[in-house]
Design a protein around this ligand. Structure first.
Ligand code: NAD
Length: 507
């Protein structure tokens, strides 16, 4: 693979000591009662970068009780939008102050490029500021047309204690898609980061304490899905679970939550199609496809990993994508030039390679890559930029989330066929369309089964625009006003004006 652009081991220093992560429970930083910890080795360097407390039932129970008490005492849940916004803005400023240290630990634990980690934290800062604006502008409804003797009010109230469970692929960004919105609504929270990437959430907790968040409003329990996430899903004192992660775990959480009928909001996996019509700007499409498939090493719910291209332009497009793929710098995430870093674990590397080898055995072509990547001077795990052609709709690589830097290319003849292929996966997170004809784009946008549609672009995002999936990609929405609504309950108040109520019992 000498024709790829590879960045060898950077000279940047790895920290001398691993980051020490502890739980934040009721305003205090604590180790686990049994002293249990878990180690995290950098996926790129295979060096110990953090040691985190490993929470059990005792820590989870304590955190839930703290969040419950903090909600019920009303200091936060009944505070003014102005006060909540002030605190969220202060939090945003502190995140901005500490962006370098957050980005470094994010890079070391997740294997993502340092420049990308910083860019994600910049986006997160904007989310904290945007959520502050929602805290001040949220309102319910009033109904003044129910008759002269009745006024109807719909009050928006915080749902209560939110359990927030996050994945490893965008640790700081995803907790920032949830927590500031929960806090803006007036909720209290127990946050569980992924066991693979806990440390940036710990730093977030430190910054919120420094900002002056009242005790117990945000609690952080480090540890595994079982018991921490599982307890959040079943506990009667948790009013809702906001989860981002795999569809398989999302289903488990829904089942676990059914006994208490708590609300569950789910941001799950995707197998996102991009349909390229023959009149598309192929250079723009090729660049966006290259970005969409390699961004975050393909470990991205929004990975644009399934290309459905018109057969007349398929060869040309694939040539362009392969040429661009060779120019994308893969390598040491600590080097600011690197655009694609390491794969999260060796198990996951094997899973990615399994999909590619299985497709090749079933008759697909490998136009580029197709194997493990070695980076000079690094002992971590990387995968080659990979383009798989001749993929048929029944192949697992066309249907499952591969979650690696692997593009699957399918072809179509008619628009109806393209829509049917796009909708054939069980997922429905996002989809893209490439055409210079706005009618083609609009028709696609209206017929495709997806929570977000990108037209002549890929993976743009704005705090103002809601994000979420349909089908097995999830339920509920994050971001925008919808992101706040997830953490609110509606209460109806009916106010009779004057003594006009007709008596039910005859006098
Ligand atoms: P995962 O489902 O394995 O884990 C996610 C979180 O759930 C972790 O914190 C984990 O400890 C916890 N968990 C595990 N078992 C649990 C249980 N039984 N009960 C409660 N919590 C439990 O996902 P992952 O591997 O960390 O992340 C990758 C997945 O996340 C991919 O499928 C990806 O598409 C998805 N994702 C979706 C979005 C989105 O916005 N739709 C964004 C990022 C990632």
């Amino acid at each position: 693979m000498t024709d790829l652009t590879l960045i060898p081991a950077a000279q940047a220093h790895l920290p001398a000591d691993p980051f020490k992560g502890r739980h934040l429970i009721d305003g205090a930083w604590t180790d686990s009662a049994d002293g249990a910890t878990s180690d995290r080795y950098s996926p790129a360097h295979n060096v110990l970068v953090s040691v985190a407390a490993k929470g059990g039932a005792a820590e989870t129970e304590a955190a839930i009780s703290a969040a419950r008490r903090a909600f019920d005492n009303g200091n936060w849940s009944r505070s003014s939008g102005k006060d909540r916004a002030t605190l969220l803005l202060k939090g945003a400023d502190l995140i901005a102050r500490d962006i370098d240290r957050i980005a470094l630990i994010e890079t070391l634990e997740a294997g993502k490029p340092i420049s990308q980690a910083k860019a994600e934290i910049e986006i997160a800062i904007d989310l904290w500021r945007y959520a502050a604006s929602l805290a001040r502008t949220m309102s319910g409804e009033s109904h003044n047309s129910l008759g002269p003797d009745m006024l109807g009010l719909v009050l928006k109230e915080p749902i209560g204690v939110a359990g927030i469970i996050c994945p490893w692929n965008f640790p700081f960004l995803i907790v920032s898609q949830k927590l500031p919105f929960a806090l803006a609504a007036g909720c209290t929270a127990v946050v569980k980061p992924s066991e693979l990437t806990p440390s940036s959430t710990v730093i977030l907790g430190e910054l919120l304490v420094e900002a002056g968040l009242p005790t117990g409003v945000v609690n952080i329990v480090l540890g595994y899905g079982d018991p921490v996430g599982a307890m959040l899903s079943t506990h009667r004192d948790v009013d809702m679970v906001s989860f981002t992660g795999s569809t398989a775990v999302g289903k488990r959480i829904v089942a676990a939550a059914s006994d208490t009928l708590k609300k569950v909001s789910l941001e799950l996996g995707g197998k996102n199609p991009q349909v390229i019509f023959p009149d598309a700007d192929l250079d723009q499409a090729a660049d966006a496809i290259t970005f969409g498939v390699y961004f975050n090493a393909g470990e991205c719910c929004n990975s644009g990993s399934r290309i459905i291209v018109h057969e007349d332009v398929a060869e040309q497009l694939v040539e362009k994508v392969v040429a661009l793929s060779r120019k994308v710098p893969f390598g040491d995430p600590l080097d600011p030039r690197t655009q694609v870093g390491a794969i999260i674990s060796t198990d996951h590397l094997d899973k990615i390679d399994g999909y590619v080898q299985e497709a090749a055995k079933s008759g697909a072509g490998i136009a580029l890559g197709g194997g493990v990547l070695r980076i000079d001077g690094l002992d971590g795990q990387f995968y080659q930029p990979t383009v798989v052609t001749g993929v048929t709709p029944d192949m697992p690589i066309a249907l499952d989330e591969v979650f690696g830097p692997v593009l699957s290319v399918l072809t179509f003849k008619t628009a109806d066929e393209a829509i049917a292929l796009a909708n054939s996966a069980s997922y429905g997170l996002s989809a893209g369309v490439w055409s210079r004809d706005v009618s083609t784009c609009l028709d696609f946008a209206r017929r495709v089964e997806a929570g977000t549609v990108w037209s002549n672009t890929w993976m743009d995002g704005y705090a103002e625009l809601p994000f979420g999936g349909v089908k097995q990609s999830g339920q509920g929405r994050e971001l925008g006003r919808y992101g706040l609504e997830e953490f609110l309950e509606a209460k109806t108040v009916q106010l009779r004006i004057g003594d006009t109520r007709a008596k039910w019992v005859a006098e």
